[in-house]
Design a protein around this ligand. Sequence first.
Ligand SMILES: O=C(CO)[C@@H](O)[C@H](O)COP(=O)(O)O
Length: 222
Amino acid sequence: MVAAKIAPSMLSSDFSKLASEAERMIRCGADWLHMDIMDVNCVLMPVGLFCFKVVLFFFSHRAYLDCHLMVTNPMDYVEPFGKAGASGFTFHVEASKDNWQELIQRIKLKGMRPGVALKPGTPIEDVYPLVDGENPVEMVLVMTVEPGFGGQKFMPEMMEKVRALREKYPSLDIEVDGGLGPSTIGIAASAGANCIVAGSSVFGASEPTQVISLMRKSVEEA
Ligand SMILES: O=C(CO)[C@@H](O)[C@H](O)COP(=O)(O)O
């Protein structure tokens, strides 16, 4: 059985108090802290020294840092993110068509857990070679919104991808990201997702503990 991992997305936190926001989420029962890293092509937050410092900063809080790299050249980030203390390094399949084997190997050598993400328009079959390969990824992140912003509407049609993955790989970590909260967790959990990224539904809640525990329960019961 796969374990439930609830990962509040720090993109929805109050950036003026990142440390206490991270601590608050851990106190509320979060398993991981989800960090979105985007390069200038993805607009929101240009990657640079700032991002590495943020990762380092969180690491000093000893949390599992689930880093989702929405960048065109993930290979360039392996060394600095490894050094900065990232725990999981999830790159996009769309950005790594040719060199994924070497990329996965380097991620592991730096002591991070490799994962692959796919955008809504990308077929699930594109990630199979990365899960089946000699040097497999340990997690697949199925984006349930177009990457870029928090607060978007969950795309239920992505659950077909989750179901196909779960059927093929019963013990794989399958993460979903985008629009997850109390009203959408049921469909995601029953499709087979066990790692749940949630931004606005957790940070916007008056009782994040309840939202986190409700999502965990849905995954455990599914
Ligand atoms: O990667 C992203 C957006 O690209 C996410 O991690 C969002 O931050 C999730 O936010 P909500 O949809 O849960 O508000």
